[in-house]
Design a protein around this ligand. Structure first.
Ligand SMILES: [Zn+2]
Length: 208
């Protein structure tokens, strides 16, 4: 999305640049029209004043007025053409401004949701860490040490539930001898999985 935004911004800058280039061109073309118009008006005044009497001069003057009219018309076409280009650049810039705003809003929204998610994760981490500290404090030191060692060796899981005669850590089912040993063990005995060596935790679903 940031790439889209960068591309849109580039296009917007290009449209705005074209718009201001056109504005300058328009001003220049309008000045050209003005100059020609003023000169034609002066010529017309001279013609109307009757001060020019020589047929040759009169002809020249009329000729110049005619060619100035043609020149003015051509320059006015230039002005119109520049104005059209300017308007389309303006429209493009307006549309791109809207699109940039829309993409920016999406990015801001996503960033807001991401920050909220981080905040929630931080809060959860803090609460789980605290919970763990409380529980760890109630576990005998040697058992905690064993658990920490296994946890390190077994990819972060040091103890597993015994679920329907199966170790929930390595998923291996206990054989009948092992099941009998578990059945015979004292309730507070620390049991280990013969396969993965994790501490086995007995529950009502252990299938004993
Ligand atoms: Zn196991």
């Amino acid at each position: 999305m940031n790439k889209d935004l960068a591309q849109l911004r580039d296009l917007l800058v290009a449209a705005q640049t074209e718009e201001s280039d056109c504005a300058r061109e328009q001003t220049k073309a309008e000045q050209d029209v003005d100059q020609v118009r003023q000169r034609a008006a002066r010529d017309q005044q001279r013609l109307d004043s009757g001060a020019v009497t020589s047929p040759k001069d009169l002809e020249n003057l009329q000729h110049e007025i005619a060619s100035l009219a043609k020149r003015q018309s051509d320059l006015e076409d230039v002005v119109l053409e520049v104005m059209e280009r300017r308007e389309s650049a303006q429209a493009r810039a307006a549309e791109l401004t809207e699109r940039v705003a829309a993409v920016q809003a999406k990015i801001d929204d996503a960033a807001g949701r991401r920050d909220a998610a981080y905040e929630q994760l931080d809060a959860e981490t803090a609460s789980v860490t605290k919970e763990r500290e409380v529980i760890a404090g109630s576990v005998p030191a040697d058992l905690l040490k064993l658990y920490e060692k296994l946890r390190e060796q077994q990819g972060g899981v040091g103890a597993a539930k015994l679920y329907q005669r199966r170790c929930d850590g390595c998923r291996l089912e206990l054989n009948i001898t092992e099941v009998n040993e578990v059945r015979a063990a004292a309730p507070d005995a620390v049991l280990r999985c013969e396969n993965c060596r994790r501490i086995l935790v007995r529950t009502a679903d252990s299938g004993l």
